[in-house]
Design a protein around this ligand. Structure first.
Ligand code: SF4
Length: 293
């Protein structure tokens, strides 16, 4: 089957860096514990166990008690903050306990946080557009105390008229195209500002999907992603918007491919893209099966 590939398949720079740093750091300790999923990719979470790197998959609020348990175990261990950011309060606690740690926060997320600190926003005047269950949003809401959270689907239902000035902020994987035009049309007197934090690495993937549907005239699209990846799920939704729901398939592993084959016409062209946390091995296994189809 004719297969066209995204030029940006696989890890983004933030994910690559987080994995490299964590493996390097793990050499210093008997065991290393990541404070949440380093990235959303269950293959990588498993792979890291070979280096004695384990993931504390508890809710963010429980991390402190997990750390206490590790202290009481008397093991030699180090800790890693994930690519999504963290609270200074938790870092302070780790320092007080003299635990060795590294911060694998993505440089792009750090840049967003610097911007939020610099602008010293009034939390009640901010509308945060993102997924309330995603770790990046959980941390942003804790760090900056933003009061209003909405998903990109729901912001159109909000009555903004009670606020004097509103700042809109989005999760790094949430595209908010069309927000400005919408606000100017629906509430032309509203005083607002948009701080668009959409990650350029994710944006490149969106551009390619659009191109594949229009100029490259691809018929289908396969999005390789872990079900927990926010950018992978958003990319899947955007692909449906560009290709129509019957022509878009989401998979996380080569074993899921055979169930899709009966829906693909061999004489047509498929475009393959992936989440920013998807590893080369998983992608190559899928591509090999697909090319031989
Ligand atoms: S998707 Fe963007 S923000 Fe997220 S880890 Fe990758 S580079 Fe950083």
């Amino acid at each position: 089957m004719k297969t066209l590939l995204s030029k940006n398949l696989g890890f983004c720079f933030g994910v690559k860096e987080a994995i490299k740093k964590t493996i390097e750091f793990s050499k210093k300790h008997e065991s290393t514990y990541i404070l949440g999923e380093l990235i959303h990719n269950s293959h990588i979470v498993e792979e890291l166990k070979k280096y004695n790197i384990f993931t504390l998959e508890t809710p963010y609020e429980k991390l402190k008690s997990n750390i206490d348990d590790l202290i009481h175990s008397n093991k030699d261990f180090g800790l890693v903050f994930t690519a999504h950011g963290h609270e200074q309060k938790l870092e302070q606690y780790i320092k007080e306990k003299n635990i060795d740690y590294i911060d694998a926060t993505c440089p792009y997320i750090n840049k967003i946080h610097e911007r939020f600190f610099k602008y010293n926003l009034n939390p009640t005047d901010v509308f945060y557009i993102g997924d309330k269950n995603h770790i990046e949003s959980i941390i942003n809401l804790k760090l900056f105390k933003f009061k209003n959270l909405t998903s990109s689907k729901k912001y159109r239902e909000i009555n903004f008229f009670n606020n004097e000035k509103i700042t809109f902020i989005n999760q790094s994987t949430y595209k908010i195209d069309g927000l400005k035009e919408y606000l100017l049309r629906v509430c032309p007197t509203l005083n607002f500002e948009i701080m668009d934090n959409f990650c350029p690495s994710v944006n490149n993937k969106y551009r390619e999907v659009k191109l594949a549907s229009l100029e490259q005239a691809c018929d289908y699209i396969i999005v390789i992603t872990d079900s927990k990846s926010s950018n992978g799920n958003q990319l899947f939704n955007y692909s449906i918007f560009c290709f129509g729901k019957d022509n878009v398939f989401k998979i996380s592993d080569k074993n899921e491919l055979p169930s899709i084959f009966p829906k693909l016409d061999k004489n047509k062209t498929v475009f393959v893209t992936s989440a920013t946390s998807m590893d080369d091995k998983t992608i190559n296994d899928i591509l090999e099966l697909l090319r031989n189809y």
